[in-house]
Design a protein around this ligand. Structure first.
Ligand code: RUB
Length: 316
């Protein structure tokens, strides 16, 4: 009984899948916005078909990328709030909850930035991996406070999201040096903080982030460099409280090497996992909008925010 999906939903799902929209927080915002468009635009015949269509939109968005928990957390936030007996009531409930969700998200990033900036002193150097809007918010706040910050930016193969970080940090007046990923350890003794984001945080305090984060954290620990993870509470993965593990996305082989280059070197097998897991013992602090936490105590915040159970409101 569901109405066909609005192009805003299929287009957003496509953009998330192809990574035109990427980073955990931007994905959550785009998905919520798509649900709002789906709620507002087409004609629905019954309140039942309204709910069914919104759930179907949720499923389409949910299927795009498996690792960033901000996506199901965003869908859950909106789909749980389809209140009302009539279509206009339901419609405005969805629109209001999407606006509220996005407002929370933006405030959360600002608040998190202030907490993270407290860790950064004038003259500090940070090493970054990938591109995280939460991590950037910490540096931006520090810079706005008048602190001089230097950054060593890892390019982050295979997709080089480090280039986005380099551009954004340069624009805010940070002195940026770009390095290849394998040069990271050599620069760690000149660095005051490793600063990364997260796609998901598990109940035991493990951090799931762009592939290479765990190796960087182990090297940083060996060098005595503190590792800070900037992650809004939207990144907390509630299913891990009940024993589920976080799925690691495998991406296309062609991101690693072109077909021609591959053939020329004897056609080896290619693996391209997009994320990895950094155990809590390699993380010094998780910086959230609710303050800074040692990874081992993040589960307390998780229970407070999610209770014991999580539903999947996009499932039929
Ligand atoms: C992005 C990545 C980022 C987190 C956090 O991976 O690993 O560190 O998503 O980003 P991809 P944010 O490029 O594969 O999406 O802080 O912006 O949510």
């Amino acid at each position: 009984t569901s109405v066909s999906l609005h192009t805003a939903v299929t287009q957003t799902a496509h953009e998330i899948e192809t990574m035109e929209t990427r980073g955990a927080a931007p994905i959550a915002k785009a998905a919520a916005t798509a649900l709002k468009t789906q709620a507002v635009e087409p004609d629905y015949e019954t309140p039942h078909s309204f709910r069914a269509t919104l759930r179907a939109a949720g499923r389409t968005l949910h299927e795009t990328r498996p690792t960033a928990v901000s996506l199901p957390n965003a869908l859950r936030y909106v789909l749980r709030r389809i209140d009302g007996e009539t279509i206009p009531e339901q419609r405005s409930a969805v629109a209001a909850s999407v606006d509220e969700f996005i407002m929370h998200l933006e405030h959360a990033q600002e608040d998190l930035g202030r907490v993270g900036a407290n860790r950064l002193k004038n003259g500090d150097t940070v090493m970054t991996h990938c591109h995280s809007t939460d991590a950037i918010a910490c540096v931006e706040t520090a810079v706005l406070q008048g602190k001089e910050i230097t950054a060593i930016v890892k390019e982050t193969r295979p997709r080089n999201q480090g280039h986005i970080t380099a551009r954004e940090l340069t624009e805010m007046g940070v002195d940026v040096t770009l390095i290849v990923d394998s040069a990271a350890r050599r620069y760690l003794n000149t660095v005051d903080h490793v600063l990364v984001g997260a796609d998901s945080i598990a109940a035991d305090g493990s951090v799931i982030n762009k592939i290479g984060t765990s190796g960087l954290a182990v090297n940083a620990r060996d060098r005595g460099t503190p590792i800070m993870v900037a992650a809004q509470t939207l990144k907390l993965h509630p299913e891990t409280m009940t024993g589920h593990t976080v799925e690691i996305e495998q991406r296309a082989e062609t991101e690693v090497i072109t077909e021609g280059e591959r053939a020329a070197i004897g056609d080896p097998q290619i693996e391209n996992p997009a994320f990895d897991v950094t155990p809590p013992r390699y993380v010094d602090a998780i910086v959230t909008e609710r303050g800074q936490f040692p990874p081992e105590s993040i589960v307390i915040l998780m229970r407070e925010l999610f209770g014991d159970g999580v539903d999947e409101p996009w499932v039929e």
